[in-house]
Design a protein around this ligand. Structure first.
Ligand SMILES: [Zn+2]
Length: 361
């Protein structure tokens, strides 16, 4: 018996196939307008820029940031977190000139635009850069100026969340909060609290957050990433959080989730980050679906693409593939990110109407 020649599909079959594909093809999440509310400054750098600046500035990068990039991290124990922090610090050390900060923000804004993000809130702890750029105030001024330039060049609106380091003294956080409120309405939109949850309770930073809130800033601390519901509750009750960075472990306490929903607090959920840091075994284990079904407002975020290897659109793709989010639900997530943002009214309206068009409404 002679082998059957490979059959080309007939013209009608091809047409049928194309029709089926067009019925099943889903709109590109990179075209879905959205706001990005959880992205750190150095962590937003392009990997290629890190490598280029390191060569230019004579900074030696470990293998984990070059040939073994993106690094495998496991930060649920203190040693793992220390390694993550050390890599972050090395990456930050390549940013030595004002132009480096301008470049980082311009490229980040370009990448945001390519991912459908029309409004970015980027977190900066100016304490990490102050020694190199002439102190806290000049650093904030420089970053604000760079953000304005990046925004003009790309059309992506940018707000700053100044974040205190929870491993430092709470008095440092108060100093930063006073500085932050001087820029309310001039580019700074929120006040955050970052670094290892196990080494600084939210409770200790109540004073700093009171200053920030009274000064008109959003309260946006990290919590419920490495520690459980108690950490989230402190952010909610003591820091009067408007949004919580991560907050996913709230899911362990249904009453707490109810409280989050009642208060209209938004959780900035970052699936790739959770997997990279070992907070969740796989993206399917990040409780996005459970929190969403419970009625919590969710803004997906990329956290530190430089260390985790993926940006914002990928997070939407992950909830589509791993949690079965429909296009209507993805549009809903995008709306939640926009509504939870500090974006001005005109930008919000433009992005929200773009979401409706994406969803075919
Ligand atoms: Zn973060």
């Amino acid at each position: 018996m002679s082998p059957r020649p490979a059959q080309e599909p007939s013209a009608p079959d091809r047409q049928k196939g194309a029709l089926a594909a067009s019925r099943t093809a889903r709109p590109d999440v990179a075209l879905l307008p959205k706001a990005h509310l959880h992205l750190h400054f150095t962590g937003s750098m392009r990997h290629s820029t890190l490598v280029e600046l390191a060569a230019l500035r004579g900074v030696h990068l470990p293998d984990a940031l070059v040939e073994d990039w993106p690094p495998r991290l496991h930060a649920t124990d203190e040693r793992g977190w220390f390694r993550f922090q050390r890599l972050y610090d090395i990456a930050r050390s390549v940013l030595q000139e004002p132009d480096d900060l301008r470049r980082l923000l311009r490229e980040t804004a370009e990448d945001e635009a390519a991912e459908g993000s029309g409004w970015l809130e980027i977190q900066v702890d100016p304490g990490g850069y102050a020694a190199r750029f002439g102190g806290l105030t000049p650093t904030v001024e420089l970053v604000l100026d760079a953000a304005r330039e990046a925004s003009e060049a790309t059309g992506v609106g940018i707000g700053l969340v100044l974040a205190a380091n929870r491993t430092r003294h709470p008095l440092d956080a108060k100093t930063l909060a006073r500085l932050a409120v001087q820029y309310t309405g001039r580019g700074v939109v929120g006040f955050g609290l970052s670094n290892d949850e196990r080494r600084g309770r939210a409770y200790d930073f109540e004073g700093a957050f009171r200053i920030a809130k009274r000064g008109g800033l959003l309260s946006d601390p990290h919590g419920g990433e490495l520690l459980g519901p108690a950490s989230v509750r402190e952010c909610l009750e003591t820091l009067d959080a408007d949004r919580i960075g991560h907050g996913i472990r709230a899911v362990e306490d249904p009453r707490l989730v109810e409280r989050i929903v009642e208060r209209g607090v938004t959780l900035e959920v970052c699936p790739s980050s959770n997997v990279s840091l070992g907070v969740a075994a796989t993206a399917a284990d990040v409780p996005v679906r459970r929190l969403y079904e419970a009625g919590a407002s969710i803004a997906l975020g990329a956290d530190d693409p430089l260390l985790f290897g993926s940006r914002l659109a990928r997070q939407y793709d992950l909830v589509r593939t791993e949690h079965g989010f429909t296009d209507a639900e993805l549009a809903d997530l995008a709306r939640q990110s926009i509504r939870a943002s500090a974006a001005p009214g005109d930008i919000r309206a433009r992005l929200l109407s773009g979401v409706d068009s994406w969803a075919g409404l």
